[in-house]
Design a protein. Structure first.
Length: 461
């Protein structure tokens, strides 16, 4: 049955019911071992992992909750192909629903202040072998408030444990803009951290949602996806609203005019990185459910979170609204941070159409992607064997590959120097190449659907 979820627990119960949650009862070391298990399960497109026996801790931790298309579809409450997920993601922008404030909530079942605050109570992995320290925040929401308007923002900024009450953090986008407002006034910035939220709130926290969408944009967006408002409750020590159904809430402030060298930490571009201008977050209060479930992710070129689907959906919506001719599908693959490489499937009808598509994609994504590959409409954008076959068999490098001079770019990969990098586009379509390509040797879609519908009957599942 298709449904929306009010909490992480409801979502995990649903995954459990379809065999997409694995409870790991064997003892696992949070230093390196847990992260490596999560990584290899990602590569195998495995289930969500609930670690119930982490060395030194009684609290469980869950990861890989949105690591496959199937789990993202469950979170969205949709059935069907990738296009159905695109349309559902876009519905949150078209029909936002403001959150509703409630009194209390499960996130306040236990409350700790002052000397009772201890970040080490939660099982926090050293996710990668060369990480500087345990990272408490890798799949969560950092909630801040515009000092002038009072509007809240929720972003996902990594949080490294420094001591029992202090986290070092890397911050960007709207959260950084809010911090600069407070720092200019020589004030600490109030910030709450919500861990263990229902999955769509995590998706919103890592997505570029415009603050112009609604007063509390990320929460209004998720309300639109759910078809009902997100319940928020007021913090114990801050004038901020947080998701009432969260597993864990941290309350505190980010210090003005203090900078630290945060990291290194493994990042989604596939390298380790550190933040020379990291910030300091002091935690003054912790609230959580009784027997909370901690949540996190292993950050690598493949990762949890459905990032490639959300960013593909946003680009698809923009190209559709612009009436870009011939475009039938788009995809940002996981490698490239889900934003640096884009594949576009198109029905090419006339010369010059491929470059028109390329220029449109670059026009609506000023900071990326660096790489664009245009393929024919019959391509499988989720099969890189198919994509690479089309690149080598249908493109002449001297004619069908375009490389731009360096231009401004906001990516994080090491080759970007001083904010500038070149871009490349590859025409891997078969039209207007001066030859008639032979018929493709492939099983037809109709026959594929027929035999796949018998897969269980044939005993092959």
């Amino acid at each position: 049955m298709l449904m929306s979820f009010d909490s992480l627990r409801e979502f995990l119960s649903s995954l459990d019911g379809i065999g997409d949650l694995k409870r790991i009862k064997a003892s696992v070391d949070p230093v390196h071992e847990l992260g490596a298990i999560a990584y290899h399960s990602l590569l195998r497109k495995g289930p969500a992992l609930l670690f119930e026996n982490i060395k030194g801790y009684a609290t469980p931790l869950v990861t890989n909750v949105l690591s496959t298309d199937r789990k993202v579809a469950v979170a969205l409450g949709v059935e069907g192909d990738m296009r159905a997920m695109f349309e559902k993601f876009l519905s949150g922008f078209r029909n936002p629903i403001d959150p509703v404030e409630v009194n209390g909530g499960p996130c306040k079942e236990e409350i700790y202040r002052g000397e009772e605050v201890d970040l080490y109570q939660f099982p926090t992995p050293v996710w990668h072998e060369k990480d500087a320290a345990p990272y408490l925040g890798t799949f969560h929401g950092c909630i801040t408030r515009d000092r002038k308007t009072g509007d809240q923002n929720m972003g996902m900024y990594r949080l490294m444990i420094k001591d029992k009450k202090t986290l070092w953090m890397s911050i960007h986008r709207d959260g950084l803009a809010h911090y600069r407002q407070y720092e200019a006034a020589d004030e600490p910035m109030p910030m709450a951290v919500a861990i263990g939220m229902e999955p769509l709130l995590c998706v919103a926290a890592m997505s570029p949602i415009s603050s112009g969408l609604a007063r509390h944009a990320e929460f209004a967006y998720v309300g639109g996806l759910r078809g009902k408002p997100v319940p928020l409750t007021k913090c114990e020590t801050l004038d901020l609203l947080v998701p009432a159904q969260s597993e864990i809430i941290l309350e505190g402030q980010v210090l003005p005019r203090v900078r630290v060298d945060e990291g290194p930490h493994g990042e989604s571009h596939g390298f380790y990185g550190n933040e020379k201008d990291g910030l300091v977050y002091e935690v003054h209060c912790i609230t959580h459910r009784r027997k909370p479930i901690h949540q996190g992710l292993i950050c690598n070129f493949m990762e949890d979170g459905g990032k490639r689907i959300t960013r593909s959906a946003v680009l698809w919506g923009k190209l559709k609204s612009l009436g870009t001719p011939g475009v039938v599908d788009v995809r940002f693959p996981d490698p490239g941070c889900g934003r640096e490489i884009c594949v576009v499937a198109a029905d090419i009808k006339e010369p010059g159409q491929v470059m028109q598509i390329v220029e449109t994609v670059w026009g609506v994504n000023a900071m990326g992607p660096n790489w664009i590959i245009v393929v024919d409409a019959d391509a499988d954008l989720d099969d890189w064997n198919d994509i690479w076959w089309r690149i080598y068999s249908r493109s002449e490098p001297h004619r069908d590959v375009w490389i731009t001079p360096p231009r401004q770019h906001g990516g994080h990969q090491p080759l970007v120097k001083q904010g500038f990098t070149s871009r490349i586009a590859i025409d891997a379509t078969s039209k207007f190449k001066g030859i008639e390509f032979p018929e493709v040797n492939a099983v037809s879609r109709e026959l594929s659907q027929k035999v796949l519908s018998r897969w269980a009957e044939l005993g092959l599942e």
